[in-house]
Design a protein around this ligand. Structure first.
Ligand code: PLP
Length: 461
């Protein structure tokens, strides 16, 4: 065991990256070919820009349990799990059966169905918020939640966390992931558009504040109040999950709850990633802080496109004729609701969550042991099915510390090492994972084997 802290050699990382990316290229001819064809009809060759990858994407063919197969016929253990949608694992037999049975009975009526009431009853109990509406994605959920909060308060300004992602509508495509921009001072971050096509007036209405820093958040809120811009809402991930996984520091969520209540600011926990994956009642259950509203999507319906917005009776009462129109042709779609009901009632059981704890515990302690054995200060963060290894010698607590300390080049290398050894991890900006309940111990062994090889090679003299 080495006790002295080491720093990986930059040149070695660059050489290994070149070698591993060549192996990726040599083994993905079908992806390359599909990309060429895709470019003819899809910008960047993909249906969503988040599916793109330089120099071309990995196209999937099928998935079952903990594995997916790419169009090159390569079987991979899936730790990406569709950015966390697939905590149930691919093609879970109970969900397949529920969707199949529902399909035979008709899949869309634009009339309400019983399953939407049953799913809403489950969510009301689990997230401690009595009223729910359904949508088709996380972006719709956050867009509607913000409109409801504005309708309820009669105010316009939206607070969000610097660096957080809440979907692709205008009011949240602000101060998301920028590396080179001037963020401004911590108590006065600037509102920066995430890409073009966003009206300046929409961008200006959304104000970023730091995560895990209640003093700076309070200072900003007080200034906004002085300027006559008291915020309608604060939308935030209770656990940040787009910087790897960043947990709230002890007392932070409670302080946010107190502060927002004091100023009548609607507190929206965006649990699109943390909902269902971290507990039946998401971060609300895990941390015991109940917001005014919750947004869900991704894992809620086991791979079908549904989202949900929950809130208190008082706030959700603004959904009424002549007030807030919360609408959508496919809202509460019977297939999505059948999948969500089967998942909530029969798949994501207490035993399933205990299994995730077992798997995540093994994965994190295995990675920690490899890091320690090689004298590296990197650390793991995990919560149920979610986790990451942070390639940083300093603890990451917010966006600023993330851009300063995360080793992005090593993240890219980790992705390529994993891929070449049959392990799929999410993107290559951070080494983040979502486990599924269909993962087994030997899937964890596969991850640990690739990770051991990565760290051994990176630190080799
Ligand atoms: C926290 C959070 N909110 C909202 C969204 C948007 O969800 P969707 O991509 O389903 O629109 C995402 C997507 O990654 C997310 O991570």
């Amino acid at each position: 065991m080495t006790t002295k802290e080491r720093r990986p050699d930059r040149r070695r990382i660059a050489e290994l990256l070149e070698r591993e990316l060549k192996i990726v290229a040599d083994n993905t001819p079908a992806c390359r070919e599909l990309y060429r064809r895709g470019l003819e009809s899809l910008p960047m060759g993909v249906a969503s820009s988040y599916q793109a990858r330089d120099p071309y994407p990995i196209y999937a063919r099928e998935g079952a349990g903990s594995k997916i197969v790419t169009v090159d016929g390569k079987e991979m253990v899936d730790f990406h799990n569709a950015f966390g949608c697939m905590v149930q694992g691919h093609a879970h037999p109970v969900i397949v059966e529920a969707v199949h049975e529902r399909m035979k009975l008709g899949s869309q009526f634009a009339l309400p169905c019983e399953d939407s009431i049953i799913v809403a009853e489950h969510l009301a109990r689990d997230f401690k918020l009595p009223k729910w509406r359904f949508v088709n994605s996380g972006s719709e959920a956050t867009m509607d939640a913000i409109r409801i909060a504005r309708g309820f308060t009669g105010r316009d300004t939206v607070l969000k966390i610097m660096g957080s992602y809440h979907g692709h509508h205008d009011y949240v495509m602000v101060s998301v992931m920028m590396y080179d921009e001037d963020l401004g001072p911590r108590d006065g971050y600037v509102s920066l558009p995430y890409g073009t096509g966003l009206p300046a007036c929409a961008v200006a209405m959304t104000v970023p504040v730091p995560y895990n820093d209640i003093a700076m958040m309070e200072a900003r809120i007080e200034r906004l109040i002085d300027e006559g811009r008291t915020p309608a809402c604060l939308i935030m991930e209770p656990v940040m999950m787009n910087l790897g996984v960043v947990l709230p520091e002890p007392g932070f969520l409670e302080a946010v709850r107190t502060l927002t209540k004091k100023h009548g600011i609607v507190l929206i926990f965006d649990e699109v990633k943390s909902g269902i994956t971290t507990a039946a009642g998401g971060a609300v259950e895990r941390f015991g802080v109940v917001p005014d509203m919750v947004t869900l999507a991704k894992a809620i319906s086991g791979g079908l496109p549904a989202g949900a917005v929950g809130g208190t009776d008082e706030i959700m009462s603004v959904i009424a004729p002549g007030k807030v129109y919360q609408v959508g042709t496919y809202n509460g779609n019977p297939l999505c609701m059948a999948a969500a009901r089967a998942s909530l009632e029969k798949v994501m059981t207490p035993e399933a969550y205990a299994w995730l704890d077992h798997l995540n515990g093994r994965l994190m302690s295995g990675i920690d042991a490899v890091n320690a054995a090689h004298g590296l200060p990197y650390y793991t963060v995990g919560i149920r099915s979610k986790g990451c290894v942070t390639f940083s010698r300093t603890k990451i607590t917010d966006y600023e510390s993330y851009i300063e300390h995360q080793d992005h080049e090593l993240c890219r290398l980790a992705w390529a090492y994993a891929f070449n050894r049959g392990v799929l991890i999410a993107g290559n900006r951070e080494a983040e994972w979502t486990l599924s309940i269909q993962h087994a111990d030997d899937d964890i062994d596969r991850y640990l084997a690739f990770y051991e090889e990565l760290i051994r090679d990176v630190t080799a003299a």
